[in-house]
Design a protein around this ligand. Structure first.
Ligand SMILES: C[S@@+](CC[C@H](N)C(=O)[O-])C[C@H]1O[C@@H](n2cnc3c(N)ncnc32)[C@H](O)[C@@H]1O
Length: 310
């Protein structure tokens, strides 16, 4: 039962892709080494059930990955262009934009096609290669390299009008340090937007039930450890929306957050049962559940504090 939650439209966090996981008391350098190793050996994929037979890094494979990503995010992140409810494409033309944690380069391509001058960093060689290859195949301009966003970078200082990071910074050992760096790297009137995992979510509840009750680890694992054991990556923090906003406000003048998630978060049942129940749940109720208990906190933070009050 434990691995029956995910499906082709389900979040990676409850598909049961579990490798080695962080322990609560691991030193943070070790956590970050584990983080890198995990993503090098398990690069981000939107083919959650391993269905595709396309050759990785071929043009057809990128198109298939993009189709899957656009589809699973469609109901909350897309109007016409994928993620246009969250990325201000029109304002980014000719602007310097940074993506942190590029994965296979889906978002980086969208930013480049909007006319932004895109720089991308990722902790892993595998993601850097996937993103660079995508841009090469499609003849797009962009600059990509392996870099840990926890590490400051002098030539990034005050440079980017927009920093984007989707599903990345909560996987790092020192998330707050990344937010500090991003604030340093944005222009005076720059912004940082993206998504982190949401603690008050049905997805977190499912992970807790599985780890604490079904697997019997209630006395062994802290709440945090139970959560990151139930998700993708070597480690992951789950934030109450207000606490994520509070962290952003430590480094930016203004910040807003919104709870949302994959449609499967609205009916968090094993796949077979969900297929029967989901059609009976009204669209209005699903929307209310997602706004209260979806698996994602999407956010936007404006104007780094170093630039002084607006
Ligand atoms: C869940 S994937 C998301 C990829 C992409 N943003 C997407 O939505 O498809 C997380 C990515 O973040 C990268 N990552 C994790 N920690 C990082 C860090 N400290 N600095 C840069 N990249 C990091 C991983 O290597 C991995 O490629």
């Amino acid at each position: 039962m434990a691995d029956d939650y995910g499906d082709e439209s389900g979040p990676a966090m409850i598909t049961g892709r579990h490798g080695d996981k962080r322990r609560d008391d691991d030193p943070l350098d070790q956590v970050q080494a584990g983080n890198r190793l995990w993503w090098e050996s398990t690069p981000m994929s939107y083919d959650w059930r391993g269905e595709t037979e396309l050759v990785p890094l071929s043009l057809e494979w990128y198109e298939e990955q993009d189709r899957r990503s656009a589809e699973v995010h469609r109901h909350f992140a897309t109007d016409r262009v994928p993620f246009d409810r969250l990325i201000p494409y029109e304002a980014l033309r000719d602007k310097e934009v940074l993506e942190i944690g590029t994965g296979s380069g889906f978002h980086a391509e969208l930013l480049a096609r909007a006319g932004a001058r895109v720089t991308g960093i990722d902790l892993t060689e595998s993601a850097t290669e996937r993103t660079s290859k995508r841009f090469e195949l499609k003849g797009l301009p962009g600059s990509f390299e392996r870099w840990d966003a926890e590490q400051d970078r002098a030539e990034f200082e005050g440079r980017f009008a927009f920093v984007w990071s989707w599903g990345v910074v909560h996987h790092s050992a020192r998330t707050a340090r990344i937010v500090r760096n991003i604030a340093r790297w944005t222009t005076e009137d720059g912004a940082f937007a993206g998504m982190v995992y949401h603690r008050d979510s049905t997805a977190a509840l499912v992970a807790l039930v599985r780890d604490w009750l079904i697997r019997g680890n209630l006395l062994e694992h802290s709440l945090d450890e139970a959560l990151w054991r139930g998700t993708d990556g070597y480690t992951a923090r789950f934030y109450p929306a207000d606490q994520w906003r509070d962290l952003l406000l430590g480094f930016f003048s203004d910040a807003s957050v919104r709870v949302t998630g994959h449609e499967t978060d609205a009916v968090p049942l094993p796949r077979g049962l969900r297929r029967k129940v989901a059609p009976r749940v009204s669209a209005g109720l699903k929307a209310r559940i997602l706004a209260r208990a979806g698996g994602f906190v999407t956010f936007r933070a404006d104007r780094p504090l170093w630039a002084g009050p607006a």
